[in-house]
Design a protein around this ligand. Structure first.
Ligand code: Z5A
Length: 223
């Protein structure tokens, strides 16, 4: 299976860092720690998430995660994720990157490729094209994949909240998602940092900060 996304436009003057991985991988935890770390450098840092990040996209998020919509068909789901992403990029991410900010986002296009493209079986090509159109081709500068075995991730996520519509999918579904993320990372090793999500929080945070610091310094030298 080839799940490489089409090459698109990298962020212009700012730096765009995305966290990906399965449920309970620790994405939100690590995104917050990275934002705290980067904020100490005095640069503008935006912490955001998908689906969501703007009022319109957050409204779409409620539909997508609500178990009341258990029967939502796969194409509608894919279009809703793309619609939320279009609003998020246009209203929040792109303007922030144009100002030179560092944008740290919990999930982005690769989640659509893994969940809708692979696990829902819609196909990576069509989801890649849909996402590229929705975002006008925006691609993260760096994607941190926190790789988590499904059982561990779901056990962590269940401690946190009521299980949402997508968390409630089968173990097979979550296992396909995990494999799809690893395939995406293997296809684009320059953009991905893959870390084992079972490591202690502080150790993972240090490794991420080191790599992102280098990326941000390079962006400061070559705007
Ligand atoms: N989705 C999609 O299908 N298509 C798309 O295009 C997009 C998304 C963008 C969003 O749900 C759902 O939408 C998601 C994919 C789908 N569904 N699934 N499955 P969400 O935003 O509500 O859920 P999530 O993104 O999966 O986040 P999460 O469950 O909150 O997990 P997390 O952010 O990766 O983990 P966390 O909140 O940082 O940590 C979870 C717990 O583990 C917490 O108690 C932490 O303290 C603990 N933790 C974190 N790290 C560690 C370590 N290292 N050791 C021990 N414990 C830890």
């Amino acid at each position: 299976m080839n799940v490489a996304p089409d090459p698109g436009k990298r962020a212009n003057s700012g730096v765009f860092v995305v966290f990906e991985g399965g449920e309970g991988a620790g994405k939100s935890t690590q995104a917050h720690l990275l934002v705290d770390h980067l904020s100490m450098g005095g640069r503008e840092v935006i912490n955001t998430r998908e689906p969501g990040g703007t009022p319109t996209a957050e409204a779409i998020r409620s539909i997508l995660l609500d178990r009341a919509h258990a029967g939502l068909d796969a194409r509608s789901e894919a279009l809703l994720f793309a619609a939320a992403r279009a609003a998020h990029v246009k209203d929040l991410i792109r303007p922030a990157l144009d100002r030179g900010a560092v944008v740290v986002c919990d999930r982005f296009i690769d989640s659509s490729l893994a969940y809708q493209g692979v696990a829902r079986g819609l196909g990576v090509k069509v989801i890649s094209e849909l996402s590229a159109w929705a975002t006008d081709g925006l691609v993260p500068d760096m994607t941190v994949l926190l790789d988590v075995p499904e059982e561990l991730g779901l056990a962590r996520a269940k401690r946190e909240s009521i299980v949402d519509r997508i968390e409630g999918e089968s173990a097979q579904f979550h296992s396909e998602v995990r494999k799809a993320f690893l395939d995406l990372a293997a296809a684009d090793p320059q953009r991905y940092l893959v870390l084992e999500a079972g490591q202690p929080v502080a150790q993972t945070a240090r490794e991420i900060a080191m790599v992102v610091d280098r990326l941000v310094s390079r962006a400061e030298v070559t705007p």
